[in-house]
Design a protein around this ligand. Structure first.
Ligand SMILES: *Cc1c(COP(=O)(O)O)cnc(C)c1O
Length: 415
């Protein structure tokens, strides 16, 4: 045998994750992960943890949907479970206004394609039954756009991202749900970026029958844990009627391990797949943290800190084109136009994890997930000011930092 290749132990530095997500996982969540004992996926406390997470997820989603649980993996895992109900030949209208809703539309095209359509262009199929309505980068999907497309196409399904993280835009969830109801369409929503940041109850949107989120944005549980999903009884009835072509992400079968069997909560879950005691312990703590903070209070805090960051970058000459509250998407001042990727690279090399946009046009994305305090926000602003100064921009850093501090103190005094 040749000598095996063994590398030195992997060491990864602490950085400031100030992008669209993942955000910095809370120390309490990491402690819960490390403190969990060795126990298998059917041990009583692990199962109790799964069931308690299911109940906490219903609170977080604001739902009575019995089929509410976590799909092991990242956001795409939950989305794959939700979109599994779409089968070859199904009619679907997708709304795309950035990177992620664009990938949602690709997933839909793969699932709705017939065998022939998939084989004709396997990585990028163009099924006749799917319509992708493209809204330009930097703009939101509006009620009018949704209603117009659903009125014309009258599909079985419609798919939209609630918050499009690629361009930082909030799409019209109320308009989407209403249009789905009006036209008898089953709505499916990518809530990867909004759950745990925005204050909304999914039961207030009866046109939407499937929801999927992720562990590492608003819920802040990066020890890669669970992508929250929730399905209405109507969605589940459709899945039972048509079947879906997946075992692991099956919306009915996977729910069994979370104690949902035959549409009922049962005290004794049934094996579906292996779960990690560490992941359950971490996810459980992340949900406790979010619910303790309170959905409404957390949403207000995000709005406060996003407004402060927006003020500071505008004061530095940037133009903000986003309207999400966990993220600012901006154009650099004219003197630095075209140097976005260079600036992001330099920041990332120094452990300041901001991001460019992943599709054109190139913009800079700065996020505040789990950075909801004055010191953390000031640190982000100071690092941005230093990076722009290093590229040659004339930034009056003391004035920006003073103005930021004054903003916070005025806001606090007003409370
Ligand atoms: C981040 C994101 C995804 C992808 O999630 P992963 O966790 O990377 O799998 C999908 N949709 C939206 C809107 C996102 O923000």
């Amino acid at each position: 045998m040749t000598n095996p290749t063994i590398f030195p132990a992997l060491s990864i530095p602490d950085t400031l994750a100030a992008g669209p997500g993942p955000g910095n996982t809370d120390a309490r969540v990491l402690a819960a992960f490390a403190r969990a004992g060795v126990a298998d996926h059917m041990q009583a406390d692990v199962l109790r943890g799964l069931i308690e997470c299911k109940h906490m997820l219903r609170s977080l989603f604001g739902t009575r949907n019995i089929h509410t649980f976590g799909v092991g993996g990242s956001g795409w895992s939950g989305l794959d479970c939700m979109l599994s109900a779409i089968g070859p030949g199904d009619t679907v209208v997708c709304f795309a206004n950035g990177t992620f809703s664009g990938i949602d539309a690709l997933t839909v095209r793969m699932k709705a394609a017939t065998r022939e359509e998939l084989a004709a262009d396997p990585m990028n199929p163009q099924p006749a039954s799917v319509t992708v309505v493209t809204v330009p980068h930097g703009q939101s999907v509006t009620a009018e756009v949704v209603d117009g497309a659903l009125a014309v196409h009258r599909p079985k399904w419609a798919v939209m991202a609630h918050w499009e993280t690629g361009s930082g835009r909030v799409n019209d969830l109320r308009g989407f749900s209403d249009a789905c109801e009006r036209h008898g369409v089953m709505g499916l929503v990518d809530a990867v970026s909004s759950l745990g940041v925005a204050d909304f109850s999914i039961d207030d949107y009866p046109g939407v029958h499937g929801w999927a989120s992720c562990p590492q944005k608003g819920v802040l549980c990066l020890p890669m844990t669970y992508a929250p999903v929730s399905f209405t009884d109507r969605y589940i009835a459709e899945v039972r009627r048509t079947g879906v072509a997946t075992y692991v992400h099956h919306p009915v079968l996977e729910a069994r391990h979370w104690g949902v069997i035959d549409g009922q909560d049962v005290p004794t879950p049934v094996y579906h797949r292996t779960h990690s005691a560490y992941a359950i312990a971490a996810f459980h703590e992340a949900l406790r943290l979010t619910l303790e903070h309170g959905r409404a209070a957390k949403a207000r805090d995000y709005a406060t800190y996003e407004a402060a960051l927006r003020w500071a970058v505008e004061r530095m000459g940037c133009t903000v084109t986003s309207n999400m509250t966990s993220l600012v998407v901006m154009n650099l001042p004219p003197a630095l136009a075209g140097r976005e990727k260079e600036m992001v690279q330099r920041c990332r090399a120094e452990g300041f994890g901001i991001w460019p946009t992943l599709s054109e046009p190139v913009q800079v994305r700065v996020g505040i997930l789990n950075q909801l305090n004055e010191a953390a926000l000031a640190d982000i602003v100071a690092r941005l000011a230093a990076a722009m100064t290093a590229l040659g921009a004339a930034i009056d850093t003391p004035a920006v930092m003073d103005g930021l501090a004054r903003r916070f103190h005025t806001a606090l005094a007003a409370e």
